[in-house]
Design a protein around this ligand. Sequence first.
Ligand SMILES: C[S@@+](CC[C@H](N)C(=O)[O-])C[C@H]1O[C@@H](n2cnc3c(N)ncnc32)[C@H](O)[C@@H]1O
Length: 214
Amino acid sequence: MAGRIAEYRIFLAEFRRNFRTTGAILPSGRGLSSALARFVKQSSLDRPRRILEVGPGTGAVTRHLVRHLGSNDQLDLVELNTSFVECLNERFRSDPEFQPAADRARVLHCPVEELPADVKYDAIVSGLPLNNFAVAEVEHLLGVLRRLAAPEATLSFFEYMAIRRIKSTISGRAERTRLQGIGQIMGRLLADHEIHRDPIWANIPPAWVHHVRF
Ligand SMILES: C[S@@+](CC[C@H](N)C(=O)[O-])C[C@H]1O[C@@H](n2cnc3c(N)ncnc32)[C@H](O)[C@@H]1O
């Protein structure tokens, strides 16, 4: 419990300091985190997997990923925020849930855009707060994730339900245009590539977890 409160404190501090890139007040809850891990839990591959988590924050989703890591799988966590990186490294050192996976996990302290494009992942789980970014950035980031995906890889990510519609009603014209642009990119991505979606009603606010295959 004390650990959970410390985690919330770090997250809230980073939300205040780096609102745009942190994108949420608190770490994802259990239902949302578990749904994001769906395609790491159920794998049809009969070889070791490379798994990438983008924007792990304090490790709310990572906790679910490490439980389902095979003995020869590799998990890379890419995070740009220094406080979150320190928190994650500490987790792999001393948290009993994370420690068993420490030999197969790497915390990479950089933006996902800087990962080498020649390493490909079988499953990508993203916590990126795409709705906070400019349209061109969203397009670029989705291109980066696509480049990092191995053939048949899955990409799992979430968005709060109706968030763009709700934000649009209270925003000025420039912001509405930005949100519409992101909506169009998302609409195309999901129409062409979505293979499954999980509604997470118990989350505050409720969220969709989207799973796509490129
Ligand atoms: C909404 S939080 C999600 C945190 C965690 N996955 C969770 O669900 O609780 C977004 C995370 O993405 C990270 N982030 C934002 N932009 C990033 C980028 N370009 N590369 C890597 N991480 C990024 C933030 O620092 C933050 O940890």
